[in-house]
Design a protein around this ligand. Structure first.
Ligand code: ZN
Length: 319
């Protein structure tokens, strides 16, 4: 009996330890986006679902997911929403985050609002730019951009600029998730946020299209690692050379989902600052073939926490 209690205690400790890290998965869904986040408090979030249901469904099943605490649709383009239909039909969803953008050409296909409405206990939210999402008390999730006024659009690039842009910040490291936002929005975000944009990781906007990822934006974000979610031989020619050149010039290691799902871990406070990455960098520094590990100066959690609080004090954009 005693031995059993000890075994249970060790198991609980081990799982609490595992949970204290933040994991991000940039799922290989072909030409599209799907990002799965595991928070230190044990909750999760899925941001976009890719262009079809099966890849994201298989990924989540493989992770043993039965419930998603949050599902986010960055903007109503099929390479982001279509995979979420199967997600709603297959998993319990607690909260659905959306923009007020409506792609009129997606009518009859993008039925996510209806699916969220029919999901028992699921709430739909339209977060305002400048707001903070209370997903984990030790993680700052800030909304940097979104379309919160109802706007009808066609299936074109205009919709990209309605993308919900999020910055996730934990233990001294930021992950910037830009949806398909283009340089116009990057400039707008830069006007509203200063040091709060600095992020170790960036999920590059619009699959590496040349219309996103401006040099000025990279100078502000100062990413060490850039992840491009992109499909093989896509008709758009993503990622474009111009974006890759700008990333190289900014000194970022570039990873893509072409070779499979990319994942990263931000460790718990007091666990050092080693950030772990899966997979090999592509289009990066060609002299380096090793998976980079960043051994940064260890900072006490209080310092990291204060930086997150400082970021929050920056004023929300007046819209
Ligand atoms: Zn897209």
């Amino acid at each position: 009996m005693k031995r059993l209690t000890l075994a249970v205690a060790i198991l609980l400790l081990a799982s609490a330890n595992l949970r204290a890290q933040l994991n991000a998965y940039f799922v290989n869904v072909g030409q599209g986006d799907a990002i799965y986040l595991e928070f230190p408090n044990g909750t999760n979030a899925l941001i976009d679902g890719g262009p079809s249901g099966e890849p994201i469904y298989q990924f989540l099943k493989g992770k043993g997911v039965t419930k998603l605490d949050r599902v986010v649709l960055t903007h109503p383009h099929s390479d982001h929403y279509r995979g979420l239909k199967k997600v709603f039909n297959s998993f319990e969803v607690d909260k659905y985050y959306d923009t007020r953008a409506e792609n009129v050409d997606a009518q009859g296909d993008n039925n996510l609002r209806e699916l969220a409405g029919a999901e028992p206990g699921c709430r739909t939210l339209y977060p305002e730019p400048g707001s903070e999402l209370k997903w984990d008390s030790n993680v700052t999730v800030k909304v940097l951009s979104s379309c919160t006024k109802a706007v009808q659009m066609h299936d074109n690039d205009e919709t990209n600029n309605c993308s919900l842009v999020l910055r996730v910040y934990y233990n001294g490291n930021g992950i910037l998730l830009t949806g398909d936002a283009e340089s116009t929005i990057e400039s707008e975000i830069m006007r509203n946020y200063k040091s709060g944009l600095n992020s170790t990781y960036i999920k590059i906007g619009h699959h590496g299209a040349r219309t996103s990822t401006s040099a000025q934006f990279l100078a502000r974000v100062q990413p060490k690692v850039a992840i491009i979610s992109v499909g093989k031989d896509n008709v758009y020619g993503h990622p474009h050379k111009e974006s890759l050149d700008r990333l190289r010039a900014a000194g970022a290691q570039v990873y893509t989902t072409l070779g499979g799902t990319q994942s990263l871990t931000i460790p718990a406070p007091h666990k050092g600052m080693e950030l772990l990455l899966d997979g090999q960098p592509q289009f990066g520094d060609l002299s380096s073939t090793e998976t980079p590990k960043f051994n940064m100066e260890e900072r006490p959690f209080e310092t990291a926490d204060r930086a997150a609080l400082q970021q929050l004090q920056e004023t929300a954009p007046a819209k």
